[in-house]
Design a binder for this molecule. Structure first.
Ligand SMILES: [Zn+2]
Ligand SMILES: [Zn+2]
Length: 244
């Protein structure tokens, strides 16, 4: 589905680095995968080489190649929400790594309805996997010396989550807080709410009540398109600037 057409158009204008660098105190590799160019993130501990994979939507062989090249072991696989472009590779990645698959409980029905989503796009439905751990708001995910907090940010889908890494969480001090926002917040835009279970009211509550409460210097890694900062979006995102 076109999660945000303008973001995808912008993405096509600029090359995205294939491999990230160890610049924030952790290893981050972001690659756009699949037809809809979902940003798949690999977040690794540079010492223990343990990694979390976020949104392996497609191109699992490419993801596995990157994991191997950087000598990373996958500890968990998280989907920020159950749209096909964010979950297509879950089954294959789980099979190859054995790592548990996690998503929010409220997106399980959407995950089970993969044939409907595939038909909407005119593609073959991907193979489904068991979901080994359901996520809830406030859960802490730990791998290596890293830690991320689950923030339930419904609106784009009922079970959309964002992953937040405060600078002093875990044993590694990060240069800046990090947010993996799925399709809730994009650079200059927000997720669409006209698909199954979407709600404009809920996404605005999630954005204003939860994501905009994060520090300005938080680096935002959206589900599509370029990275941004919370402060930047607070000031210039047309959906978030206050009109009074
Ligand atoms: Zn998406
Ligand atoms: Zn989506």
């Amino acid at each position: 589905m076109r999660c945000a057409a303008n973001v995808i158009m912008r993405l096509m204008d600029q090359p995205i680095p294939v491999v990230g660098v160890e610049k924030h105190g952790f290893l981050h590799i972001s690659i756009p995968v699949g037809m809809l160019q979902c940003n798949c993130s690999i977040i690794g501990d540079p010492v223990t080489r343990e990694a979390l994979v976020v949104d392996p939507g497609d191109e699992v062989s490419r993801i596995l190649e990157l994991l191997g090249r950087h000598r990373l072991t996958v500890k968990a696989i998280v989907s920020t929400h159950a749209h096909i472009d964010h979950v297509g590779g879950l089954s294959k990645l789980h099979k190859y790594t054995g790592a548990p698959v996690m998503m929010h409980r409220e997106d399980l029905p959407l995950y089970q309805a993969m044939d409907v989503q595939a038909a909407f796009l005119g593609v073959m439905p991907p193979e489904l996997t068991d979901v080994h751990q359901v996520l809830a708001d406030g859960d802490a995910l730990q791998w290596g010396s890293l830690e991320a907090r689950v923030i339930h940010t419904p609106g784009h889908t009922p079970g959309s989550v964002s992953l937040y890494m405060p600078p002093d969480s875990g044993k590694i001090t990060l240069a800046a807080p990090q947010l993996f926002a799925g399709d809730t917040l994009f650079a200059g835009s927000i997720g669409r709410t006209d698909l199954w279970g979407g709600s404009m009211e809920e996404i605005m509550d999630s954005l204003r009540g939860k994501l905009m409460a994060l520090p300005d210097e938080t680096v935002v890694h959206p589900g599509h398109g370029p990275t941004t900062f919370i402060g930047e979006e607070r000031q210039s995102n047309p959906f978030l600037v206050s009109r009074d």
